[in-house]
Design a protein around this ligand. Structure first.
Ligand code: G4P
Length: 524
């Protein structure tokens, strides 16, 4: 591919994740987007899959026909001249480092908020990760077909709770049973809600009066909305593309995913302002441009046994520059080894017209036999590239883990090693007893781990809860094993680095008072 063609291809990519608190409507909105992209034909397909109401065979058939795994963590499709990559971030049940790391692989985020509930804890956590990366965040206030909070309160909440400037792109006319439409500030028109899966567009004149719609002109709710919009024009924030690009301002869209109202308007505006893939920083203090000829990418997620019939592992790679070609040889920066990328999954919906090229912004899945680790950089040519380290999120919950059947140590160790490599749980070993200790961000990780050990490795395990701990690493040169007590368990992490698991903040402070010269660090 020549340089211009590569630049043109990259320009069409929009790679994002949808962040939300469970039940805000992420699945429903994803489904609408897939419908727009022609990936699924009927509403309810993804939802049925999620709730298990879908016959597996039907589902497999869809996957085969469309050549896309809608259930998988990456969904790619073409829409309005753009190639869309949606990266799934598992909701609260699967909440893990995986979720955080996926946000390292996107260029923007869509934040879905239930307009009756406002900002919920999970939204806040995920928002903070996006904010840390400085990526653009677009907000969809969902469930407008139901009574929700006052729109002005919702906007205030964004500014006060999340500390981000909000710019409402549209404003509801009524809500719940009285929902008549949305006033689309951006396109200067009204989108009327027809209680069916469509809407009518009414253009507005220069004085904001509906053209050719006397009913709307007389609607008291419309008048109220117009007053609110006037207020926004006078006292609200100015639309600022630069701020949006840095994640300092979020464009806000009201709508309802369930009745597909306002979703298309949102998506069209989103595609207009969401960025194409950008540069990535390296540990060598350089930046890699997406249009660079040199192919490069990093592993942000590893998933084992996606298909339990085959013992496969897939390393998900976000391409940062250049073009991927099947069978290409790449360098693995960590080991300096050469690896041929011959067994690869792309996540494109298989519409035959599309030539399948993967360029910066796209995600590829590499079948892995143990070569890759999370955070690995792969690249071709020169110079050597090591992308910036992915952040580590300190686990807060810990369990002691052992094989139930001492005769089955082999499968126990194999399972632990492989599942730990996926990164959802962290493995520690106690200094004094060599016990295995697992740490995770959420409780469910442990349950999933236990289930998978049993199902995939035939290893029954026992887990003894240790509760919440505060993990702090210590410089090995400063370590004296006598520093360990019943309130601060000394363990080693996977790299052999020592750390203490403190019972609570009090125990940590007590330690810091006792050893003022010792430097403790929390990895984040
Ligand atoms: P999630 O992936 O963020 O967890 O949310 P999901 O899309 O599964 O939606 C959670 C619930 O909210 C679902 O209802 C869904 O139908 C409903 N929902 C999503 N968007 C809207 C909306 O715009 N308006 C209204 N009124 N409801 C919405 P449920 O009762 O859990 O499931 P179901 O009975 O619909 O199957």
């Amino acid at each position: 591919m020549d340089t211009q063609k590569l630049a043109d291809e990259v320009e069409t990519r929009r790679t994002f994740a949808i962040i939300s608190h469970p039940d805000a409507g992420k699945t429903t909105i994803t489904e609408q987007l897939l419908l727009f992209g022609g990936v699924v034909r009927e509403a309810g397909t993804v939802k049925a899959r999620k709730t298990g109401n879908f016959a597996k065979s039907d589902w497999m058939e869809i996957e085969q026909k469309r050549g896309i795994s809608v259930t998988s963590s990456v969904m790619q499709f073409d829409y309005a001249g753009k190639r869309i990559n949606i990266l799934d971030t598992p909701g609260h049940e699967d909440f893990s480092e995986d979720t955080y790391r996926t946000l390292m692989a996107v260029d923007s985020a869509v934040m879905v908020i239930d307009s009756a509930k406002g900002i919920e804890p999970q939204t806040k956590k995920l928002f903070q990760i996006c904010k840390m990366r400085g990526i653009p965040i677009f907000t969809f206030m969902n469930k407008l077909d139901r009574d929700g909070r006052d729109p002005m309160d919702l906007i205030d909440q964004l500014e006060e709770v999340l500390g981000i400037e909000a710019y409402p792109m549209n404003w509801p006319i009524g809500m719940g049973k009285t929902l008549t439409g949305i006033y689309d500030r951006f396109n200067h028109r009204v989108e009327k809600y027809n209680h069916a899966d469509d809407s009518t567009l009414v253009e507005l004149d220069d004085d904001d009066n509906p053209i050719n719609d006397s009913e709307l002109a007389e609607d008291p709710q419309f008048k109220e909305t117009r007053d609110s919009v006037e207020l926004l024009e006078m006292a609200g924030n100015d639309f600022d593309q630069e701020k949006i690009a840095k994640g300092d301002q979020t464009p806000v869209f009201f709508g309802s995913a369930l009745v597909n109202f306002g979703v298309k308007t949102f998506f069209d505006a989103y595609l207009k302002f969401a960025p194409a893939p950008g540069e990535h920083k390296t540990q060598e203090d350089t930046v890699v441009a997406p249009t660079a000829e040199q192919f490069s990418g990093f592993v942000f997620k590893i998933q084992a046994n996606m298909n339990p019939n085959h013992r496969d592992r897939i390393a998900f790679v976000r391409i940062c520059s250049g073009e991927f070609e099947k069978g290409m040889d790449v360098n693995l920066a960590r080991t300096d080894k050469k690896i041929r990328l011959s067994n690869v999954t792309e996540f494109m919906a298989n519409t035959r017209e599309n030539v399948q090229t993967a360029v910066a912004g796209d995600i590829i899945g590499l079948y892995d036999t143990g070569n890759f680790q999370i955070g690995d950089t792969i690249f071709t040519g020169k110079p050597k590239i090591n992308f910036e380290k992915l952040p580590q999120f300190t686990p807060e919950l810990f369990v002691r883990v052992a094989a139930k059947n001492v005769m089955k140590q082999k499968s126990f160790h194999k399972g632990i090693q492989q599942l730990v490599q996926e990164g959802a749980v962290q493995l520690y070993t106690s200094y004094s007893t060599n016990d295995y200790i697992l740490g995770a961000v959420g409780q469910l990780q442990f349950e999933v781990f236990q289930f998978r050990m049993q199902n995939e490795y035939n290893s029954e395990i026992t887990m003894e809860p240790m509760g919440k701990k505060t993990a702090r690493w210590i410089d090995p040169d400063q370590l004296d094993e006598r520093m360990s007590s019943s309130r601060n368990l000394l363990v080693k992490d996977r790299n052999g680095d020592p750390l203490f698991l403190f019972e609570n903040q009090f125990a940590l402070r007590w330690f810091e008072d006792k050893y003022p010269d010792v430097k403790l660090t929390a990895k984040l």
